[in-house]
Design a binder for this molecule. Sequence first.
Ligand code: CMC
Length: 434
Amino acid sequence: MTSAVSATPKMARLVLDGKEIEFPVVVGSEGEVGIDISALRASTGAITLDEAYVNTGSTRSGITFLDGEEGVLRYRGYPIETLAQHCGFLEVAYLLIYGELPTAEQADSFREDIRNHTMLHEDMKSFYNGFPRDAHPMGILSSVVGALSTFYQDAMDVHDPDQVEVSTHRLIAKLPTIAAYSYKKSIGHPFVYPKNSLPYCDNFLHMMFSTPAGEYHADPDFVEALNLLLIVHADHEQNCSTSTVRMVGSSNANLYASVSAGIGALWGPLHGGANEACVDMLERIVEDGGNVKKYVDMAKDKKNHFRLMGFGHRVYKNRDPRATIIKACCDKLLQKHHVKDPLFEVAQELEETALRDPYFVERKLYPNVDFYSGVIYRAMGIPVQMFTVLFAIGRLPGWIAHWKEMHADGSRINRPRQIYVGPTRRDFIPTDQR
Ligand code: CMC
């Protein structure tokens, strides 16, 4: 396919079997160029083939801008660095979901709406008895979020804005409670109810770490770090889990079912599960004597499945701006709390070694959001299996914003096609003749 070359091309031409067809070119507000091939099959009978969607724009979106070549990330036009420095997580959630930063009154009212829904239905607690004690909290999170749809059957109509609104509040309010309960279950402690006098991040740490036997006050530095981590995870345009939420939602499945599916997608170690896998990898390197070069060599060896977890990204071919923010936070927190974590030292050495290595330089592989976040979570006392759960709590507003945008845009059911490469028609052979 050739495109009509000009500063802002208007049409792209495709020649197929001698027939020339023109397609409109769509230009985004930041100058990104896409070829609108929606008429391709109707006019040619052909489809596009783009395995793993490396070149496919699945939608127009006005939520998050990401320039992977320049390392730029903005939510609704605001740079991630500015939001991370100045905002609370719920303010950013509001921005993503409603499109504008809230006024003081809007922020108060939003926080109040969230506070109203922090508790879980008492019957939901019995679910936790059914899970094995060593169940992965992501499995619990996905199941319990899916089960919210069975408790809130009054909010299933995807076209009713009031029902979507209450589901939005319930999800943002209950996800930390569901998450903290899964941790309490794993250590055999009683569940701690949410305390609505506390802000969002403090409340989560309270449910995680307080016990009926003693007082707990979250360290303000940990609260600040958690707030920052949730903000930098809050959206990342059409990533695997967000595309899953949109895909499931496009069938008009309710918001709980769609988010539950997104949690499943996030769990994988190539996506959000990389934060847990990265700390496992750093622990392995430390236990193995800290031989960083050995692991860098293993990651380069094509016969070995090992990869540097927390390294590389489909879109970033430059430093991941989230990793820069997180590393600075990590540095500050560890220094202030006089934490000497061998994992942090190994992580820094690994980064330096990889970034000097032609393999990583040529492929433009840099540390991503998951490389240093686990070191911060460790310093806060959060167990490693909860790391991806925290990613999910952060990503939730992004999922909801995309789900709502998709419905507002009147999207059709998402249904990719395929190029069939299996056997052509053949005759059935009865069992006794095979
Ligand atoms: N270690 C070693 N080699 C790598 C790595 C890595 N972490 N990442 C990519 N490569 C190599 C890969 O082998 C390939 O080499 P070649 O061209 O010789 O075949 C080349 O770099 C391109 O990689 P790819 O697998 O084609 O890239 P992708 O866009 O399909 O995958 C990725 C992106 C993030 C899945 C991949 O970089 C990876 O597996 N990273 C480790 C897991 C990870 O940290 N995931 C978290 C991503 S950030 C959080 C999020 O938003 O999900």
